[in-house]
Write a protein that binds this ligand. Structure first.
Ligand code: 5GP
Ligand code: MG
Length: 178
């Protein structure tokens, strides 16, 4: 396999710092915002950006975890019968809030559609926004990110490798050919 590094530790750090500033600019601060990190790696991206925001604004922002496996429409057993994705999330944490979803890679958009369903099942947010580390293209739904670490046009046969310290021991984004 051919591997091509797209972002190293410094590149990821800069991208997340920029996204923190973009979120603050778009939302005129952080009041009324909550972060939802999609498992697994989106969780850590949300937490890192929340830390940056806290440093910049001097105010905390809630970052909760979202597990949307049971909501995916293209998996067997999809549907509301399984454990709800937002179990343990207080509807008051979503109602009238700007909910900012975080994921590592945006591809067809199906995961984000499922995440939006999960959020809407809990409460009615003021808005839902999307932050991704990598947008690799190939959307199958009318979904676009509000905040992007890097746009990486890919072939369907290629894939993006995302390593984060909290999960993988180091920070790196690479593209793998076939
Ligand atoms: P989608 O639902 O948009 O088709 O795919 C996005 C989800 O699948 C994300 O949660 C992401 O983690 C994963 N994903 C899709 N394509 C890739 C890829 O090329 N690399 C990585 N690391 N994850 C991907
Ligand atoms: Mg994922």
């Amino acid at each position: 396999d051919i591997r091509h590094v797209i972002m190293d530790e410094t590149g990821i750090r800069r991208a997340l710092t920029r996204i923190a500033h973009e979120i603050l600019e778009k939302n005129k601060g952080i009041d009324g915002c909550v972060f939802a990190g999609i498992r697994t790696r989106g969780v850590y991206l949300a937490r890192r950006v929340a830390e940056r925001v806290a440093e910049i604004e001097g105010k905390p922002v809630l970052a909760f975890d979202l597990d949307i496996t049971s909501y995916r429409d293209d998996r067997d057993g999809a549907g509301q019968a399984e454990a709800p994705a937002c179990a343990g999330i207080d509807p008051a944490e979503i109602r009238d809030k700007h909910v900012i979803l975080f994921d590592d890679v945006l591809f067809t958009g199906r995961t984000i559609r499922a995440a939006m369903d999960a959020i809407m099942d809990v409460g009615r947010p003021r808005s839902i926004q999307l932050a991704v580390l990598v947008d690799r293209g190939h959307r199958e739904l009318p979904i676009r990110p509000d905040y992007v670490g890097k746009n990486v046009p890919t072939a369907r046969s290629e894939s993006i490798g995302v390593s984060l310290k909290e999960v993988d021991g180091s920070d790196m984004v690479a593209i793998y050919g076939s």
